[in-house]
Ligand binder design. Structure first.
Ligand code: ATP
Ligand code: MG
Length: 268
């Protein structure tokens, strides 16, 4: 077992009936790395994250998080991870502080240190001034930062984020990138994120895996993936098309647009 590995997966698979949503992936993520999982809609990104975060049992194969088997030791794994899901989880009727308080109770942070930990998180997320405002009046970027803060309350060693900037405008997206980059540098936090934005993968991720039909088509640094297309001057988008057969243009954008709109409405 590799002690420095934050995530190790071997032939990890998940089927829903006949559909192998994740089809035998081998993956190692090193401690401190920001790792990006990209791929067309339905590629299996969310399903992979759900298995690694102990939410969904795998059909076959194995996965470990900091050496702990996700199936055999889920309670150990949960103490080490933060998870920001694809769907929004903050409660709009509560203030930012109250949202964090509910979560702090849920995860068993002792009463004596709750207030201090929440205030630390609010400050790190740049939400001090909005702490007592109801979340329904937050911008999309503020909601996302609150959710990241919520996941950071237990001081995890690895943060899983499923499409952290979907539906955000470029400025808000930039603030989330800065935040994640900063957390990674300051605390050697390991980050695994999924995204449909190649620009995001390029800006944030040391390594990227392109997933397609439940398999990892390729894993490498953004430059390695571009070079692997064999075309001079290739972009990461070119690499995406090369390794997924063009799904990015064919259906990704349209479906993504619909989802983005839906999410944008919810973010209000
Ligand atoms: N709970 C479920 N029951 C049945 N099928 C599912 C379930 N969850 C996912 N799937 C299927 O598994 C496949 C992978 O889905 P998944 O959500 O992991 O893809 P994704 O890469 O996250 O896609 P997106 O980019 O749209 O979020 C899809 O074919 C999907 O329909
Ligand atoms: Mg998904």
């Amino acid at each position: 077992m590799n002690q420095r590995a934050a995530v190790e997966a071997e032939k990890l698979s998940k089927s829903f009936g006949d559909n192998w949503a994740v089809d035998g992936i081998d993956l190692t993520i090193n401690e401190g790395e920001i790792f990006g999982l990209v791929g067309p809609n339905g590629a299996g990104k969310t399903t992979t994250i759900r298995m690694l975060t102990t939410i969904l049992p795998q059909t076959s194969g194995e996965a470990r998080v900091f050496g702990h088997n996700v199936r055999k030791r889920p309670e150990r794994v949960r103490k080490l991870i933060g998870y920001v899901p694809q769907a929004l989880s903050a409660d709009g009727d509560l203030t930012g502080f109250e949202n964090l308080l509910v979560f702090a109770k849920l995860v068993g942070i002792p009463r004596s240190s709750r207030r201090e930990k929440i205030n630390q998180v609010l400050s790190r997320m740049g939400l001090e001034e909005a702490a007592d405002k109801r979340v329904r009046y937050y911008s999309g970027g503020m909601v996302r930062r609150l959710e990241i803060g919520q996941a950071m309350l237990i001081q995890p060693r690895i943060l899983f984020l499923d499409e952290p900037t979907i539906g955000l405008d470029p400025v808000a997206r930039g603030t989330v990138w800065e935040l994640l980059g900063g957390l990674s540098r300051e605390t050697s936090l390991t980050i695994l994120l999924t995204t449909h934005y190649m620009e995001e993968a390029e800006a944030l991720c040391g390594r990227v895996a392109i997933m397609n039909h439940g398999r990892l088509a390729v894993v490498g640094t953004p430059d390695e993936l571009k070079a692997a297309t064999g075309k001079a001057g290739a972009t990461l988008e070119d690499a995406f098309r090369f390794f997924t057969g063009g799904d990015y243009e064919r259906e990704g954008n349209f479906r993504e647009l619909k989802r983005t709109r839906r999410l944008a409405r919810r973010l209000g």
